[in-house]
Design a protein around this ligand. Sequence first.
Ligand SMILES: [Zn+2]
Ligand SMILES: [Zn+2]
Length: 285
Amino acid sequence: MEADLHIHTTVSDGCLSPAEAVRLARDINLQALSITDHDTMGGIPEALDEGKKLNIKVIPGVEMSTEYRHKEIHILGYYVDSGNENFQTLLELLRKSRQKRVKNIIKKLNGLGCTVELEEVANLAREGSVGRPHIARVLAQKGYVSSVKDAFEKLIGYNAPAYVERYKLLPKEVIQLVLKAGGVPVLAHPGLIKNDSVIYNIIEDGLRGIEVYHPEHSPEEIRKFQIMAFKNNLLITGGSDCHGIDRLTGSQLGGVTVPMYHVEKLEQASIEIKWKNKQKQTREL
Ligand SMILES: [Zn+2]
Ligand SMILES: [Zn+2]
């Protein structure tokens, strides 16, 4: 019995609706899945409903972007209390900054002679949140660049002419907000960071888990992160980071999974975090 703990839906930049993701998980015999959209928990209620109907365990999740030493660091939050106001304010801030950034990038691109309109970019994102990958796809479709990768290198990536800084939150700030909202903060795809000292710093920020299994991790990296988890007393998670079936290059739902044992540990950790938060509150009263 296995679980896929990293899935994007149409609520952010995926192609499957939350209910479709749950049905697909059932079809491929998964016992559990986590919906981890970018900066939003909007898909969770729909997934929970479908999960109840099909007897599939749905773990509420969210993936948030932070920045540390010019590296984009993604933090996953599992079992966050969705009613926590401070946490919802954080997500709204992240979503708004994402939209504002896209608008500013388009302004810069137009200034450079690349005619890109917000509408075209928004169409690609459908109802999900817009981001740089959508702009890159429009640039490639229109022939301004040869590929999405090329778009990042020549135009919109770090230090490129149409690069726009994003509103920066540190991993530490997000980790602390996840904990305060009763959630379990986990470092997403550490293999993409390519800098172990950065990872060790984030571990010290209060991290509780590390995504050991991810489609972009090599077998050597998986072993390295298993050892890192063991030595630092971190929970182990993993998932496909899939964005849906009509993305040709992406990984598929259920492509990377973890045994249910890790899900139980994750749930246990969230119960402990919530219990400690409650005790702290009573002490403060
Ligand atoms: Zn990510
Ligand atoms: Zn992701």
